[in-house]
Design a protein around this ligand. Structure first.
Ligand SMILES: [Fe+2]
Ligand SMILES: [Fe+2]
Length: 142
C-alpha cells in the first residue's frame, strides 16, 4: 500500500509565498492521488502515471524555488539547493535502477518521495517562504 494508505494533510505546507504554496498544494494533491489510486484494485496502470507526473512536477517546482532563491538572494540558497540536488540524484538513481532491471517497486520510490517532500516543505521551505515574504513586504529591509 502506497504511503500506508494514509493521506497527507496540506495544513503544514503553507510557506506564505503564493507560487510556492500553489506548487506545494499541487504536490500534496498528487501525493494523495497516488494513495487513492493505490487503494483501488483497478489502479495498476494509473499509479505509475500519477507517480511520473508527481516526479515531473517536483522537478519543475524545485527549479522554480531555486530561481526565487537567486532572485531574492536568499542567504541559505546554496544549502537549500543542495538538498534539492541530493533529492533529484536519488530519484534519478531510482530511474536508472528501473531502466536496468526492468522492475522497480513504485512503492519504494513513492514512499521516499513523499517523506522527503513533506519533511522538506514543512521545514526547509518554511524558512525560505518567511524570507521571501518579508522581502516582498519590505523590499528595502535586506
Ligand atoms: Fe518546495
Ligand atoms: Fe525547497
Amino acid at each position: 500500500m502506497y504511503g500506508n494508505g494514509v493521506k497527507t494533510r496540506p495544513t503544514k505546507c503553507v510557506a506564505s509565498v503564493e507560487e510556492i504554496d500553489y506548487d506545494h498544494k499541487q504536490l500534496v494533491s498528487l501525493i494523495n492521488q497516488v494513495v487513492t489510486a493505490s487503494q483501488d484494485h483497478l489502479a495498476e496502470n494509473i499509479v505509475p502515471n500519477i507517480l511520473d507526473e508527481l516526479i515531473d512536477y517536483t522537478k519543475y517546482h524545485l527549479r522554480r524555488e531555486e530561481k526565487l532563491m537567486e532572485e531574492y538572494e536568499y542567504p541559505e540558497r546554496v544549502k537549500h539547493a543542495a538538498q534539492h540536488v541530493k533529492f533529484i540524484d536519488k530519484i534519478n538513481g531510482f530511474h536508472t535502477e528501473y531502466e536496468s532491471k526492468r522492475k522497480m517497486k513504485n512503492e519504494v520510490v513513492f514512499d521516499f518521495l513523499r517523506c522527503w517532500l513533506i519533511k522538506h516543505i514543512s521545514n526547509t521551505d518554511q524558512d525560505l517562504g518567511a524570507f521571501i515574504k518579508a522581502k516582498r513586504s519590505n523590499p528595502d529591509s535586506h
